[in-house]
Design a protein around this ligand. Sequence first.
Ligand SMILES: *Cc1c(COP(=O)(O)O)cnc(C)c1O
Length: 401
Amino acid sequence: MKNKNLHFESKCVHSGIGEYEFGPVVPPIYQTSTFKFESAAHGAALFKGEAEGYIYTRMKNPTIEAMENAVAELENGYKALGCASGMAAISTIFTALLKNGDHVVCSKSVYGPTLTVLQSIFSKFGVESTFVDTDIIDEIKKAVKPNTKIIYVESPANPMIAITDINVASKIAHENNALLVVDNTFMSPALQQPLNLGADVVLHSMTKFLNGHADVVAGIIVVKDEAMYSLMRKTLNQMGGVIDPFNAFLVHRGLRTLSVRMQKHCENAQLIAEYLENHPKVKWVRYPGLKSHPNYELGLKQHKAPGGMISFELKGGFKAGEIVMNNVKLCALAVSLGGVESLIQHPASMTHLSMGEEARKAAGISEGLVRLSVGIENVKDLIEDIEQALEKIPEKEKIFL
Ligand SMILES: *Cc1c(COP(=O)(O)O)cnc(C)c1O
């Protein structure tokens, strides 16, 4: 890694950028499915692994490789594998590491489809999963069994922005011959580097902060050594969930501004979280940069800054949530997160509407819960927008008339 001694901000700009024909300063988009061999002998040498080069884009492509090298360097990993989505990364990891009879301990508040994949797909192949609050370390210890192969953690995790101690979780995993897999989507390597904290495999939905511009769906797996790389590469190549060259190019472009974007996300989110915490119509706010966060101290130790994701509860419940959604003008009403634009979401009337109130309650999704992915706009504009939307909520008594 030629950028080893550079600071993180410089690595963002320079990682994965190589030398190319005609001297472009960014990697060209090699939008090709396949590569010509010079001769039968050359083709044979490539297939035998005796020559360096490219065969077919599902296996290896220079544009994809450039982006993978960049992410590996930013996460301080050995190598990385670009995937078609965050879920492709997650399902590739499970497919590579698990077999019939194995057990997974997973965060209860993990990204929804991750939970579903374990519960309804991997269970078909004899993989058993236990879901616990991994931010309570004893819960992880209690859930581990002799056949546990993976402890799977997302930190911070929705909806309560729960923080799990990655270092302690890795120790529990290793004492039990299991691996710690960390979904680092919410933080990005600019704020948290799980491999340095003891994780064995890190993944991202690059759809979010890594690409950062809400125009790509993509994922990545980062590993620590050749053995793990080779296992993941074989699995990904065979299962087929690879990223394509154009998306890899866009993500690589996004990575170059990761550091400055994350700084701004954090700066804005801190100010908005403080504003919301003092607002009379807001019951509570969850943000790792607030002292009211139950794992505030752990956060200070584990990540460089508290990130761009805020959850808060409106005193007026479901109705108040709907009113805020219908009145924000600058914040876009949308799921997903991590883009330059601020996105707002009300789980009870949107993503979790079909569950019904009882099931939402059981899952910890309260009726007035709002999730905000804070963008990099001017924070005064964002606060003004939230302020005028909150003003539209009538006094408490009137909501229920
Ligand atoms: C979005 C997301 C995923 C899934 O990523 P896709 O790119 O949508 O497949 C996984 N984990 C977390 C934390 C996410 O936010």
